[in-house]
Design a protein around this ligand. Sequence first.
Ligand code: ADE
Length: 288
Amino acid sequence: MIDGAHTGPLHFSLLTLFPELLRPFTQEALLGRAVTAGLLKFDLHDLREHAGNRWRKVDDSPYGGGAGMVIRVDVVERALAALPVQPDEIILLTPAGKKFDQKMAEELAEKNHLALVCGRYEGFDARVESLVTREVSVGDYVMMGGEAAAACIVEAVARLRPGVIGDERSWQDDSYSSGLLDYPEYTRPAQWQGQGVPEVLQGGNHAAITRWRRDRALERTLSRRPDLLPSAGLTPHDSAALVDLGVDFGKLAALGAPPPPPVKTKRRKRKPSEPALTIQAPTDGGEQ
Ligand code: ADE
């Protein structure tokens, strides 16, 4: 959990050629509510305002030739210098950046003020690198611009601030926060098109439900994202569940998983020649 030591809102400055694309995103649903509650703050900055020419042209053709246009470094420099308060981090959205993940989201949620710089066209002049604190990609695919990437980052970071989503348990159980993918959830109807709801979830045995959920999270992660398992903090019980799911001991060790707890041995049947075990009757009035 974010430590709660923040007194002010988490402030996002979004620099883009299309502020009107992002504006409604910052005003609706949980983000809009968090702004009203003073937990988040957004300001939008149009890079064209800093073009420095009457055509509001922010890009130029690349040195060395080639297709497409490149956003000028001096435009980004002026736009950043014009921010009324200097941010703690200036993040450039680019498919060539470091891949965004939950750990980075948690790190960013500790800050007070983040600037997100969104590109379009063929990208930025490489010298923009010297103006930013990090370059971030939201995945191994190329979009038409950085706005959707900035929206991803805002979504993932903002929800980690206390009060932004109602129930803090719901992010602690999340996919990735636990190191594993989320377990499957169900709600009514109990029967839908021949598909039911696992019986354990319909009973009141909370320990069994917790274990079932953990086992299903392990199962999902094993089949969909096995790369997450080595850093998921697996317990001996998790190892036992993985063995039940068909993981052999060699693979368990490769995943950095601890050995499963020793299997309880079945009581050996008494040979007829052995004396029977006698159980002493309680002398103090029975059970406590
Ligand atoms: N701009 C275009 N594609 C992007 C990506 N995958 N991540 C961040 N910014 C981008």
